[in-house]
Ligand binder design. Structure first.
Ligand code: FPP
Ligand code: MG
Length: 295
């Protein structure tokens, strides 16, 4: 079920994203090509899927979340482009292909990341992609800005880069991941719910509990895959966390306890959306997929 749902959502978000990379003038061809290269390269589209699934869980058509889905994938893609730069994690491979600064050059990759970040907000304000009322779109912009910014993802990345070689306790490790990865995952769910135009406060609360658990589960599984998978399957260098002496869940808890923790988080997520009925089935399938995925 999840494979078919994933394929449908991937096609939907890719169709919505594609026109954003049409260069408005010939001078900008290379910059737009670098942005397109960084996005249209086979990502799993987990964050758009969460946005669509949250929107559908509240009984609205998935298409209502097109702007939200594009926005979270654009922020995610920008964060990967910058994360791979020599000044940060200095990686050559992403999604099985050369990283953007390798395929283009470093300055171009920095600007492509900057451009993708701006395009994310454009997507939330584009009346073709986001048909919500102005008030709703304003709160969507606010949700994305705070999740992506220094009190969210950017802050988490700063902590990550400052943690190399340190042993973080479980609280500090969860704090870092809640910011670095969790904030955007939580925003994906919230934006999808807001995009439905019919989110009630209690539903937003339940979805936030779901997203918090799924966000951490996603990162725990990411750490597990860094140990257990291989470079060809991952599309990025296996063992990179260990090589860089990054604090991870398998390092902190041991591999088996890290796996048990991921399952526990999945179950917390499932409990949180128990009351949402049949329409939340894609959200449930996604929670299961996130801890079962092999890349
Ligand atoms: C893998 O996502 C990516 C993560 C686990 C997120 C890591 C967070 C950062 C790199 C934040 C960087 C922030 C800044 C500001 C530079 P995925 O498995 O969904 O990848 P995919 O989209 O390729 O499938
Ligand atoms: Mg990194």
């Amino acid at each position: 079920m999840i494979a078919a749902y994933q394929a449908t959502c991937q096609a939907r978000v890719d169709a919505a994203l594609q026109p954003l990379f049409d260069a408005p003038s010939p001078e900008l061809q290379r910059l737009y090509a670098a942005m397109r290269y960084s996005v249209m390269n086979g990502g799993k589209r987990v964050r758009p899927l969460l946005a669509y699934a949250a929107c559908e869980a509240l009984g609205a058509p998935a298409e209502a979340a097109n702007g939200a889905a594009c926005a979270v994938e654009l922020i995610h893609a920008y964060s990967l482009v910058h994360d791979d730069l020599p000044a940060m994690d200095d990686d050559d491979l992403r999604r099985g292909q050369p990283t953007t600064h390798k395929a283009f050059d470093e300055a171009c990759a920095i600007l492509a990341g900057d451009g993708l970040q701006s395009l994310a907000f454009t997507a939330l304000l584009d009346p073709h992609l986001s048909t919500q009322s102005e008030a709703l779109r304003l709160s969507m912009v606010q949700t994305l800005a705070s999740a992506a910014g220094p009190a969210g993802m950017v802050g988490g990345q700063a902590i990550d880069l400052g943690s190399v070689g340190l042993t973080l306790d479980p609280h500090a490790l969860a704090f870092m991941h809640r910011h670095k990865t969790g904030a955007l995952i939580e925003a994906s769910v919230r934006l999808g719910a807001l995009a439905s135009g019919r989110a009630q406060p209690a539903q937003l609360e339940a979805l936030q509990t779901y997203a918090r658990a799924v966000g951490l589960a996603f990162q725990v599984q990411d750490d597990i895959l860094d140990v257990e998978s291989d470079t060809a399957t991952l599309g990025k260098r296996q063992g990179a966390d260990i090589a860089r002496d990054k604090p991870t869940y398998p390092a902190l808890l041991g591999l088996d306890a890290a796996k048990a923790f991921a399952i526990e988080l999945r179950d917390q997520a499932l409990v949180a959306v128990q009351g949402l009925g049949e329409s939340a089935e894609p959200l449930r399938a996604l929670a299961r997929y996130i801890v079962e995925r092999r890349h």
